[in-house]
Each structure stands twice: as structure tokens, then as C-alpha cells.
Design a protein around this ligand. Structure first.
Ligand code: SF4
Length: 363
């Protein structure tokens, strides 16, 4: 468990992120945590590099709606502060905590007394210098040895409430490291491609690496690292889990890539439908197809769809053609039907007439 969120065993894979605010700025940090919570984040990590940050932890841990993990490098005293503050877990980095090693007994006791798990978070960029020398660089073996060495120090004190991460910026190395780790221990694993890059590149790297591992049953909680606002990390993380069917899919637009046969502007149509249904949190598959080659088939398979052609759109609901509308009415018809289906599923929705496009309010 991390606070109220089960992690490991048969628990669903959870999604987490990390705040980018100065933790000591309590209001800004709590605001960002609230935005993350609203976007579906289940666990949040905050950096604790200073005494001011450590002193902010009790209020943040108390007011956050989701479990807070304190991320601590270098200063063992902040580990104790985080445990006392009511943080749901503490992350330590074996590469940066050499000074911790003689304190492990005390940390293990404090964590155990408070029921606080420890994440041993190995990172390629801050690998233990001893292992860097041994392996020459941050190889999968080096990352795994670092993590398991640190685990053994805790195990010597009977402490096993541990989670592990072995992050690398290269998804291939990262996947190998986690595979090796999973073969050598039973601890819950936190997956991450570290320093994955800006949103586009980071999304691809994370999706590829997490997809490979999660498809093999490796991984219990995920953090997508992007050089982008943390809420984006959550969107990507949830999208990855939905794509792998590890989480019920929400709104899904199935749209064709368009081609020389397209008889309608598929890109615009798909974007308008997506924008119009943004915020609708129901499992709904909406097909937006450019012509009659694959259109009717995909539209029939989806909950709702359109197959376009000759300036018209054939609207499908649950496999049946319910009407044919002029091209100019395709978007509004799809949105109306989507909202009707959502209401049938018990979700109350309102159209906001003042908004430039249809806006969905989900209560
Ligand atoms: S549905 Fe039609 S327009 Fe879209 S990609 Fe397929 S053939 Fe091309």
C-alpha cells in the first residue's frame, strides 16, 4: 500500500506524478496536487531538498487528497521528518545516500513503526559511483545490483515494505533492467523512463517501455516523466494503461488516418468531435471514418460512429444506422448522440450554450 492506494500483488497498476513547485510553497504545491488529483493522479511525489520543504510536509500530507511520497536525496534527517509528517512513503536514491547506510537500521525502524513503505529509486544519472566503476556505465546489471544491494541493507533489519525503480533514459536499457529485477525479487516495481524528454518523445519512450513490461506482467505503478506540466504525465500514463486494457477505456475516438479516398476532412472532424466531448468520462468508442471502405465496418463496431461520403455522413449507434445527415451536421449529431448514450449510462451532462463549441459538464 502507498497510503490508501494498493500497490503490488493483484492491485491495478496505479498512475503517479511529481510536483514541479517548490515544496515549501505550500499553497502552490497543494494547488498542483489538486490539479493532478482531478486529472486522475493516484499518488504524488514531492521533492524535499531543504529544511523548509521538510517543514511543509505535515500540512501537504494532511491536505492532499492523494497519498504523498517524499523524495529525498542526501539528507537522512528529512527521511525521519517525512515519516513523522505523515507522508505515505519515502523515496530514497542509493546513488545519493551513502551517508544513509549507517542509518538504515533507524530508518527501517521508523518506517516500520509508522507503516511507511520505502521506494528504493535507482537512477542511471546518479548511479552509485562504486557500481559505475565496476560496470563502466549504467548498465541494466549495474542498476539492478544497486537496487538489490540497498534492499539487502533494509532486509538485514527485517524491513521488507519496499518498492523499487531502476530508471534509465534509454527505454531498451530500462526494459532490460526491469526484466532482470523482476526475475530476482518479488518487490512491487515502480516503472519509469527517466529524463524521457519533451512531451512527444517522452510519451513514445514511456509507452514503448511500459507497454513491453506491463504486457509481461512487470510493473505495479507507473510514472511518465515529461518535460511538460505534470498533468500531461497523468494523461499519458492513463492513456497507456487504457491502451493495454489495464484500465477501462474512457472516451475513445477511433478515427482513420485519411487517404486519397477520403471524402471529408477527417482530421478536422475527429478534432471537433474530440473537443466537443472533452471531459466526458464514460467508456464510449466513437468512430470517425473518412469514406465507405472501412467506415461502415468501424462505425458499426463502435458505440457510435460516422461513415462519410458524398457530402453526407451515415450515423451509426450500437451497430445500426440511425440517420444520414449533411456533412455540416456530422459533428453536432455525433456529440448529441454521445451525450444521449452517456445519459443512458447514468452520467448527467449539460451542453453549455455560451461556449464556442459544445462543452460537456459531467457531474
Ligand atoms: S476509411 Fe477511407 S478515407 Fe479513411 S483511411 Fe480508410 S480508405 Fe482512407
Amino acid at each position: 500500500m502507498v497510503g490508501s492506494v494498493p500497490v503490488g500483488g493483484d492491485a491495478p497498476v496505479s498512475v503517479q506524478s511529481m510536483t514541479t513547485t517548490v515544496t515549501a510553497d505550500i499553497n502552490a504545491t497543494l494547488q498542483q496536487i489538486a490539479a493532478l488529483t482531478a486529472s486522475g493522479c493516484q499518488i504524488v511525489r514531492v521533492a524535499v531538498p531543504s529544511q523548509d520543504d521538510a517543514e511543509a510536509l505535515p500540512i501537504i500530507a494532511k491536505k492532499s487528497q492523494i497519498p504523498v511520497i517524499a523524495d529525498i536525496h542526501f539528507q537522512p534527517k528529512y527521511v525521519f521528518a517525512a515519516i513523522e509528517a505523515g507522508c505515505a512513503a519515502v523515496r530514497v536514491n542509493p546513488g545519493n545516500i551513502k551517508k544513509f547506510d549507517d542509518k538504515i537500521g533507524e530508518i527501517a525502524r521508523a518506517a516500520s513503526d509508522h507503516g511507511v513503505p520505502i521506494r528504493i529509486g535507482v537512477n542511471a544519472g546518479s548511479l552509485d559511483p562504486r557500481l559505475l566503476q565496476k560496470y563502466g556505465k549504467a548498465t541494466p546489471e549495474a542498476l539492478v545490483e544497486s537496487a538489490l544491494w540497498e534492499c539487502s541493507l533494509f532486509e538485514e533489519h527485517g524491513f521488507r515494505d519496499i518498492k523499487i525503480s531502476v530508471k534509465h533514459n534509454d527505454p531498451v536499457v530500462m526494459v532490460q533492467a526491469y526484466r532482470q529485477l523482476a526475475a530476482q525479487c518479488d518487490y512491487p516495481l515502480h516503472l519509469g523512463v527517466t529524463e524521457a524528454g519533451p512531451a512527444f518523445q517522452g510519451t513514445i519512450k514511456s509507452a514503448v517501455a511500459f507497454g513491453a513490461l506491463l504486457a509481461e506482467g512487470i510493473g505495479d505503478t507507473i510514472r511518465v516523466s515529461l518535460s511538460a506540466p505534470p498533468v500531461e504525465e497523468i494523461k499519458v500514463g492513463i492513456g497507456i494503461l487504457e491502451s493495454l486494457n489495464l484500465r477501462e477505456r474512457g472516451l475513445e475516438i477511433v478515427s482513420c488516418p485519411s487517404c486519397g479516398r477520403a471524402q471529408v476532412d477527417v482530421y478536422t472532424l475527429a478534432e471537433q468531435v474530440q473537443a466537443g466531448l472533452e471531459g466526458l468520462k464514460v467508456p464510449l468508442r466513437v468512430a470517425v471514418m473518412g469514406c465507405v471502405v472501412n467506415g461502415p465496418g468501424e462505425a458499426r463496431e463502435a458505440d457510435l460512429g460516422v461513415a462519410s461520403g458524398n457530402g453526407k455522413g451515415q450515423i451509426f449507434v450500437k451497430g445500426e444506422v440511425i440517420k444520414t445527415v449533411p456533412e455540416s451536421q456530422i459533428v453536432e449529431t455525433l456529440i448529441e448522440e454521445a451525450l444521449r448514450l452517456a445519459e443512458e449510462m447514468g452520467v448527467e451532462v449539460d451542453l453549455d450554450d455560451d461556449a464556442p463549441g459544445p462543452e460537456v459538464v459531467v457531474r
